[in-house]
Design a binder for this molecule. Sequence first.
Ligand code: IPE
Ligand code: IPE
Ligand code: MG
Length: 246
Amino acid sequence: MARLKQKKEDALWQADPSLPKHVAIIMDGNGRWAKKRGLPRTAGHAAGAETFRRIATHCKDLGLDYLTVYAFSTENWKRPPEEVSAIMGLLDRYLHEAIEKMERDGIRLRVLGDTAPLSEELRALIARTEEISRGITGFQANICLNYGGRDELVRAARRYAADVAAGRANDLDEAGFASYLYTAGIPDPDLIIRPSGEERLSNFLLWQSAYAEFYYTSVLWPDFTEAELDKALRDYLGRSRRFGGV
Ligand code: IPE
Ligand code: IPE
Ligand code: MG
């Protein structure tokens, strides 16, 4: 019965054209989740990786087009080296597993951010993941890794300047500038969710968030469930997006 109701609800959701096409999530609160349980912070990151897996599948099942998650910021290098390497290790494991399953699961994966400082092994895994993704259509999950909004904007400006100097570009407009960002070709996020009770952007999608709706919850990321996402989507459906109009 509950299952039937769920099915009906899923069908309803999918039929709603006003559902966001692109949801972005700042996956925050892993450390506090672990601390509450007397566990090392890295246990929180492992639990958070599981949550990502579940939520990505749920987004795909709901018929969303894109999910973008903030996994590691350009500022997160300030953390103790053991924590940084534990996070990189988890990403490594996640990508290894994703490579095995992404075709079956129908989930395209992309990594957004400056991958140059990452290990050679991780970069090779990212390249392999993106290669497989090219053969998949439909839902896409973007993992922001060593991503910073300001870093992205500075890089875009530099690449544009280089193109102008080389005679490959002239006048700049908004769409032209957006094509220099990591998110080129991806529509702006409609909804940005931040769990863990913090209400800030922390250098996430600065350009792309111009008209995003924001949803905050005190739930810590490892505790974030499919039902929490549905709650955020319901909240989103009740908003009036005007984009400066009336
Ligand atoms: C988010 O959880 C994961 C990363 C930033 C890599 P945190 O590690 O920031 O968790 P809190 O904010 O300390 O609880
Ligand atoms: C933002 O979370 C970055 C990620 C979730 C990857 P932080 O925990 O690093 O952000 P601050 O330090 O609370 O702003
Ligand atoms: Mg945090």
